[in-house]
Design a protein around this ligand. Structure first.
Ligand code: TYC
Length: 113
């Protein structure tokens, strides 16, 4: 049996190259999430907002009515948290649906901290 003596210069991946830093734990950084926000206005009918929340956010009528009232009273509410792509799709669907029905309802997204 032949014993192998590692020389300083031929050890595999050890202290030869200072640009190779020790990785203490694996990279597990998750992509950011985005809050979808619904804004209050004085003209969009309450029932239309309830319908939007049922149709695009999968809420029951009771859930949708409660969130609609929160927006009506407080001015804004988070209606869901999604990946960037899904949030963009939801905002687009709501804005398009409101525009087609000539309501000024506004929906936006914001990165979650
Ligand atoms: N404020 C509206 C009204 O009184 C209702 C409303 C609720 C509008 C929520 C928009 O996101 C909204 N008809």
């Amino acid at each position: 049996m032949t014993e192998h003596i590692w020389m300083m210069s031929d050890k595999p991946d050890d202290d030869g190259d200072p640009s190779l830093l020790v990785q203490t734990r694996p990279k597990t950084k998750r992509p950011p999430l985005y809050k979808v926000l619904l804004l209050n206005d004085d003209y969009t009918p309450m029932e239309f907002v309830v319908h939007v929340l049922e149709r695009f956010f999968g809420m029951t009528h009771a859930e949708a009515f409660e969130i609609m009232l929160t927006v009506h009273k407080k001015g804004v509410a988070v209606v869901g948290v999604f990946s960037h792509e899904i949030a963009e799709t939801k905002v687009g669907q709501v804005m398009d649906f409101a525009r087609r029905h000539q309501h000024p309802l506004q929906c936006t997204m914001e990165r979650e901290e």
